[in-house]
Write a protein that binds this ligand. Sequence first.
Ligand code: AP5
Length: 216
Amino acid sequence: MRIVLLGPPGAGKGTQAKLLEERFGIPQISTGDILRQAVQDGTPLGMQAKQCMDRGELVPDSVIIDIVAARLAAEDCRDGFLLDGFPRTVAQAEAFDAMLQRRQLALDATVDLHVPRAELIERLSGRRTCRQCGHMFHLRFDPPSKQNVCDECGGVLYQRDDDCEETIAARMEVYERQTAPLREYFRDKGLLREVDGSRDSGEVFAQILHRLLPAG
Ligand code: AP5
């Protein structure tokens, strides 16, 4: 199965990607996670990416396209993959099409998560992530049992730098301008599967499965 997860910041792409990864046994490829790791490691890519991410802007297409092309060539992507946060511009989508064509592969579906803006802001401002294992919590919807401590591994929870009010607003604007046009792009190809992402995560997951495997 080859799937793209589309949706604005906070729509639940990362949350649903983890569930789908487990269900289908395919790797989640999160361009945001790859960039955050590069920032943490202090690599040249990380230094370039941090400037864009802190402003809520996108990292240049050429940089991201090369990262994804290299990642898709890895052995664990042979039987499928789940893209979380890519493509994000029409140029990235066209480059992705070319990557698939070169390998004679086809995308199965693009899942588009719809969530009202007020809910997105609440989700992003309450998100906390474990520094050690990456597990995600939400202060209101899925709180850790002990403040700032991960229930999974005991690691420390942190708030992403780009989850502050000002950067959230910039990310939303960038999404509407640069990423939302991809809905039409994938709709025209008959690949768009629209899902109400505002329900609780179990219900959203059930809807996604229903859209991906309508007979199942
Ligand atoms: P990225 O990391 O991809 O961030 P994003 O798209 O803004 O999405 P988020 O990770 O914030 O949200 P999500 O939809 O995954 O929601 P989540 O499941 O975490 O990108 C960050 C930056 O990197 C970009 O701004 C850009 O600079 C750069 N970048 C990345 N990819 C790029 C690309 N292709 N090109 C150029 N630049 C790129 O959930 C959020 C919270 O809500 C969590 O706390 C969760 O617990 C909670 N939650 C989830 N689902 C539910 C639910 N159903 N009900 C209640 N709470 C829920």
